[in-house]
Design a protein around this ligand. Structure first.
Ligand SMILES: [Zn+2]
Length: 356
């Protein structure tokens, strides 16, 4: 496929993402914001009014098949019509580029609950594969071997659009990073994003970041794109966990330089568990008991109903000291996301930041 499309691509630093509404009486936000980056590349953002995680999803099209990377934090097709949205985007594309056997692969940056919730919407879709969630399922589908997992990579070609997939354990053992040479994007899931970096296995995470740093030295990386924005536009300031509106968000893209910055930040923690440090564009959180399954945690909402600018980060008064206790933002876990998705409006009522 002629690579004519990326020349007309959008500026991801200038995209105005939906970021929640100030009150329940405000004009509603679309459940999915559809951003066409170029002729065969879309970014979808799930509305914060459905789930505070507001994950970004990526739809990449080749000549033979499309890849949908992640399915968001809500399964209900009425509330979150992901399948219908993807179907209409693909239909539009196929109207211009007819192809009978065009397929869809639904895969995941990692299988936390806010990245896989709408998998079921694709279960009965024709010509579609939904990749399973565990390490074994990911390895088998993409053809990783002991030689390439976790220290290598595989190429997954969409047809004229070969992607390179790199195992990226550390946030989750089944995490993968996707490099798309057509856009230069490095899609890092929750491994690298402008927000809270939850590290469940510090050794694996550091090894992953080392590999990503090396990869970026030898490949064009235009943007590093994670699946959430949790930083404000003020350095070191993140939104509270559970915030359902985020005015003044930091832009989504990070850069290759952030990869080495994050690696160095994590290395500086020296494996000290249950530690948080805030940096300009991200917050590092080394989870307690990393390398093991975490204990079940009760669902907690954001700690206060304070008006914005929102932060529970008294932050960094003493240089790089811990910005805050771990407690307030324990939450980006499969179970919690599932609870949040199921709770729907309840969650929102509990956590809405509007002031009376
Ligand atoms: Zn995650």
């Amino acid at each position: 496929m002629a690579d004519d499309t990326t020349r007309t691509a959008t500026d991801l630093y200038a995209v105005a993402w939906n970021h929640g509404t100030p009150s329940r009486r405000s004009a509603p936000e679309a459940p999915i914001q559809v951003h066409r980056h170029d002729q065969r590349t879309w970014i979808l953002r799930q509305s914060k009014t459905l789930n505070y995680e507001a994950p970004f999803l990526f739809l990449l099209l080749g000549t033979e098949r499309a890849l949908l990377l992640d399915t968001g934090a809500v399964g209900d097709p009425e509330a979150f019509p992901l399948r219908a949205t993807v179907d209409s985007l693909l239909a539009e594309h196929l109207a211009a580029h007819p192809r009978e056997d065009y397929r869809l692969v639904v895969a995941h940056t990692h299988p936390h609950g806010d990245h896989v919730a709408a998998d079921g919407q694709f279960a009965d879709r024709p010509a579609t594969v939904v990749v399973g969630h565990g390490v074994e399922a990911v390895r088998e589908f993409f053809g990783f071997t002991d030689d390439t997992w976790p220290t290598g990579s595989v190429v997954f070609d969409l047809g004229g659009r070969p992607l390179e997939l790199l195992p990226s354990p550390g946030h989750h053992e089944a995490s993968v990073t996707v490099h798309d040479p057509a856009t230069g994007w490095l899609l890092t899931g929750d491994t690298v994003l402008p927000g809270r970096l939850y590290i469940s296995d510090a050794a694996a995470y550091l090894a992953t970041l080392d590999r990503l740093v090396d990869f970026a030295k030898t490949h064009e990386v235009s943007h590093v794109l994670g699946c959430h924005v949790e930083m404000t536009d003020r350095p070191r300031r993140d939104y509270p966990l559970g915030a359902v509106q985020q005015p003044r968000e930091r832009p989504l893209p990070l850069t290759a330089a952030h990869l080495s910055g994050i690696r160095d930040a994590v290395a500086a923690l020296g494996g000290k568990k249950d530690t948080i440090r805030a940096y300009d564009d991200f917050v590092v959180y080394l989870e307690p008991g990393h390398g093991q399954a975490p204990p079940p945690r009760p669902r907690t909402g954001p700690p206060t109903g304070r008006p914005l600018p929102p932060t529970v980060t008294p932050a960094a008064q003493s240089g790089r000291g811990p910005a805050r206790s771990a407690g307030p933002f324990r939450g980006r876990r499969t179970g919690d996301a599932a609870v949040t998705a199921a709770a729907g409006g309840e969650h929102r009522r509990d956590t809405c930041l509007e002031t009376k």
